[in-house]
Ligand binder design. Structure first.
Ligand code: RP5
Length: 163
């Protein structure tokens, strides 16, 4: 996390989600995007969740990445209380392997969107990259770093060999 005022808020329903959500934090760190990360639960800390979402824009956040597992209402409820873009990450649950999380997050009613990512770490990393892409719209240097990242990724794949 950076000393600069955070542009991205990473929230999650439990500290058990952190091993997954760390993948988003890692991406933001790599791109030098200031962020904050904390546990905010839709069901277990509903008042905190409302306050977090309602004050997010005034605190300077530009994007919220919200991860949750099971009955994963956090991204949708946060989206209900802010007009900031909310990126939802379905955390892999034990009982249903994250299918429950995915469907809970993706099936938002018309009018309150949540951008929904893949289940687990890949989804968290992509939510981080998507946050970078959103912020890069108003930041040419960040846009250059994102283009460099893509170019390096392309080169890495082109260099792949098989036994
Ligand atoms: C959800 O319940 C959390 O997002 C987490 O994925 C799941 C399990 O939470 P813990 O029982 O590990 O705290 O609210």
């Amino acid at each position: 996390m950076s000393a600069l005022s955070p542009a991205v808020g990473i929230i999650m329903g439990s500290n058990s989600d952190w091993p997954t959500m760390k993948a988003a934090a890692k991406v933001l760190e790599e791109f030098g995007v200031p962020f904050e990360a904390r546990v905010v639960s839709a069901h277990r800390t509903p008042d905190l969740m409302f306050e977090y979402a309602a004050t997010a824009r005034d605190r300077g956040l530009r994007v919220i990445i919200a991860g949750a597992g099971g009955a994963a209402h956090l991204p949708g409820m946060v989206a209900a209380k802010t007009t900031l873009p909310v990126l939802g990450v379905p955390v892999q649950s034990k009982a249903l392997s994250g299918q429950d999380s995915l469907l809970s997050i993706v099936q938002m009613p018309k009018g309150v969107p949540v951008a929904t990512f893949a289940i687990g770490e890949a989804g968290a990393a992509n939510a981080g990259l998507f946050a970078v892409a959103l912020l890069a719209n108003g930041d040419a240097s960040l846009a250059d770093r994102l283009a460099d990242f893509r170019a390096r990724q392309t080169q890495a794949v082109l260099a792949m060999t098989l036994d």
